[in-house]
Design a binder for this molecule. Structure first.
Ligand SMILES: *Cc1c(COP(=O)(O)O)cnc(C)c1O
Ligand code: SF4
Length: 440
């Protein structure tokens, strides 16, 4: 009970933040002389990012202590905020969710003992620099380490913004070669940094080269530009992407305040170009770890034709301790969404565990009991139902009764325990297995 009450109490304090309209940029002295054409030019936005405390102090009021803290943080982590995104900060709210994602916090320099440089082991699973090949049929392909806005919660902060240098053609060609040679790759995720913080020419080159590979079925672009630099989503770019379908775009909205008319229009331009849009949110303490905020976000996304795809548990990257919530908070948020609202609005809540295990879904438990004949389930209301299992569900023969074919490709992982000959799975370094081998 208290949990629900807390959610609603938070709504009371956050509503003003969500609803207080962003300022007209011309009311900020720093930008008062900027023309609309400049403001709407993404290259102007990138070239005029806020990177110093002095610039920031011209956009939002900072106390002397805050100035000191930000300077301290900047010794370890850099800052860059597009004028557009900085303009969304509520100057009167030190806990504004946009501000918390963009402005360094003293807590970032307090390293936790569980902090890791590369918590997802992306470099360990990297056959070629800039490629992470973790899953059987898809790869992560880093296009650049540059972003237009450096998120305070970035999981890839070991990489993002370290050089602001697009990789050379030769480096990109090595990555493309890996995809060409690895015929199991049917899905390529272009990411970064921000996959759209490169020229249209480079986007075109990569899409064209990938599209020419017969085993590549789909291409995905991972970009935060619709949120922090919607000016990047030009009609030309949308047309260019649309020429290489199927291309999916995954973006990164974390809070309903980010769903401005400009951001929504950027999403709509892409949707109109036939690009299916998904969103990946990071669960961040004090920003969106609230069922009410999250509901407003997912509903807002759907209205902008963006499908909430993942809700991520915050990773163990350096200096993110203050953003982390217990995983129970994420499970609780899903409990507040699933069944209560459109299934389309409910993202998968995932934790990307250390060691390269990849994304693992977490969520409420719905199975209460099972027998061979019945499964007893509870729904979101707490109503309980028994579903009768079919009878005569004997073991399958060599040929699948459904597709009529022999499943030639052997199942791997836990799926092999269900359909293959395997009876158990065990870690490679199991002491018990070593003893067993010694006995033989
Ligand atoms: C997230 C991720 C993917 C894509 O995973 P999906 O679950 O298919 O969205 C691929 N490779 C790596 C290394 C990833 O982290
Ligand atoms: S857009 Fe992504 S890669 Fe870039 S700083 Fe934000 S979280 Fe990191």
């Amino acid at each position: 009970m208290s949990i629900v009450a807390e959610g609603y109490r938070q709504e009371a304090t956050f509503l003003s933040t969500v609803d207080s309209p962003p300022r007209d940029y011309r009311s900020v002295a720093l930008w008062s002389g900027i023309t609309e054409a400049e403001w709407n030019d993404w290259r102007w936005q990138v070239a005029n990012r806020i990177t110093t405390v002095d610039q920031l102090a011209q956009v939002i009021p900072l106390t002397p202590a805050e100035v000191e803290d930000i300077r301290e943080c900047l010794r370890t982590f850099r800052m860059a905020v597009t004028p557009y995104y900085a303009g969304l900060i509520d100057p009167l709210n030190p806990r504004c969710p946009v501000r918390m994602q963009a402005v360094p916090d003293r807590a970032e320099v307090d390293q936790g003992q569980e902090d890791l440089l590369d918590p997802l082991y992306e470099e360990t699973d990297s056959p070629v620099p800039g490629i992470t090949h973790r899953y059987p049929d898809r790869v992560l392909f880093i296009v650049t380490d540059q972003c237009s806005m450096y998120c305070r919660h970035c999981t890839r902060r070991r990489l993002a913004g370290q050089t602001d240098r697009a990789p050379t053609r030769a480096e990109l060609n090595d990555r493309l070669d890996y995809v060409r040679q690895t015929t199991r790759v049917r899905d390529v995720v272009l990411s970064g940094g921000d996959a759209l913080l490169v020229s249209d020419g480079l986007v075109e080159y990569l899409l064209k080269e990938l599209r020419a590979i017969s085993h590549v079925e789909i291409i995905r672009l991972a970009t935060r530009t619709p949120v922090v630099l919607p000016q990047r989503i030009t009609p030309d770019l949308c047309r260019l992407i649309g020429r290489h379908h199927p291309v999916y775009v995954n973006t990164h909205f974390n809070h309903p305040r980010e769903l401005t008319p400009e951001a929504v229009a950027a999403c709509e331009r892409m949707a109109d170009a036939g690009i299916p849009l998904g969103n990946q949110t990071v669960l961040l303490r004090g920003v969106n770890d609230c069922p009410v905020i999250m509901r407003r976000l997912v509903h807002g996304l759907l209205k902008a034709r963006v499908r909430p795809y993942y809700l991520y548990q915050c990773d163990l990257s350096r200096g993110l301790q203050h953003f982390r919530t217990p995983t129970s908070r994420g499970v609780e948020i899903i409990e507040h969404l699933r069944g209560h609202t459109s299934g389309l609005a409910v993202p998968s809540y995932c934790i990307d565990g250390p060691g390269g295990v990849g994304k693992i879904p977490l969520g409420p438990q719905y199975v209460l009991a099972q027998s061979p004949e019945r499964i007893v389930l509870r729904n979101y209301e707490g109503a309980v139902a028994a579903y009768r299992e079919p009878s005569g569900n004997g073991p399958q023969g060599d040929v699948c009764p459904t597709c009529g074919e022999r499943h030639e490709e052997p199942a791997t992982g836990v799926a092999a325990l269900l359909s293959g000959d395997a009876l158990f799975l065990e870690p490679g370094n199991l002491e018990r297995a070593a003893r067993r081998r010694a006995l033989r």
